[in-house]
Design a protein around this ligand. Structure first.
Ligand code: ADP
Ligand code: MG
Length: 231
């Protein structure tokens, strides 16, 4: 489902090359829940960006859902992400001028402008917002929602296109512990319902312990990759 081979990223920093990821080889099976952990600066966000096709790798290859990302143009990658990938970020990334419902409709807009007004899209967006407990908040703007509520809207949006793969980068990083747990519970439930592959970056050991597999990065290399039997 996700296959990374010899994946690496080198930035040019002050004219000198800075390698932040090196020789990453991974196969992530469909419908799994994988946690990527490691200290700040270890390359977690960089790896997620490469696996998700947000950024281009300077070395190696990524195949996502059977498609070699290196063979796609920027536009094709954007289209591919809109069709098959969902994202959840630490800072929610909702559009401030759109209501909760309109934010959840954005993925439909990206796929096909006309579809976001369709009854089917509206119904799916409403069902997702209900599922995350926000039925009575659908007309609220992000500024009128708490952090936990905003992240629930972001979750509903991430699942709108029934993604094959959901990438989450520190999705509980801006939330208190209890709210964070609620978000992860919802993410795991939705992940099961929609049969998504979930790749979660976190430095919270409690969250990582929920995953079926834990991959640890340090200094841009994988230092541990183990199944988590207790999840
Ligand atoms: P993590 O998510 O584990 O905290 P990151 O992947 O964000 O780590 O960053 C890994 C390293 O790469 C850091 O040292 C960071 O400073 C560096 N880095 C990230 N993005 C860039 C960039 N665009 N240009 C130069 N260096 C970068
Ligand atoms: Mg990061």
């Amino acid at each position: 489902m996700i296959i990374a081979k010899g994946l690496g990223q080198t930035y040019s920093s002050g004219g000198r090359p800075l390698t932040v990821l090196q020789d990453i080889n991974l196969t992530i099976e469909p419908r799994g829940f994988v946690a990527i952990v490691g200290p700040s600066g270890s390359g977690k966000t960089t790896l997620l960006g490469l696996l998700a096709g947000l950024d281009r790798a300077s070395a190696g290859s990524v195949s996502l859902d059977g498609v070699d990302l290196a063979g796609l143009t920027e536009d094709q990658r954007a289209r591919f992400r809109a069709e098959r990938v969902g994202f959840v970020f630490q800072s929610f990334h909702l559009i401030p001028t759109l209501t909760a419902l309109e934010n959840v409709l954005v993925p439909f807009e990206l796929l096909d402008g006309s579809r976001s007004n369709g009854a089917e899209s509206q119904a799916r967006a409403m069902a997702l917002l209900t599922r995350v407990g926000l039925r009575d908040r659908v007309d609220h703007y992000p500024s009128q929602l708490s952090g936990g509520e905003q992240q629930r809207v972001a979750l509903a949006r991430a699942f709108a296109n029934r993604p094959k793969i959901l990438f989450a980068d520190e999705p509980t990083g801006n939330l208190d512990a209890d709210t964070g747990r609620t978000i992860i519970d919802l993410m795991v439930e939705l992940n099961r319902d929609v049969e998504t592959t979930l790749v979660l970056v976190t430095h919270d050991p409690e969250l990582a312990a929920r995953a079926n597999r834990i991959i640890r990065l340090s200094g841009g290399v994988v230092v541990e990759d183990r199944m988590n039997e207790s999840a």
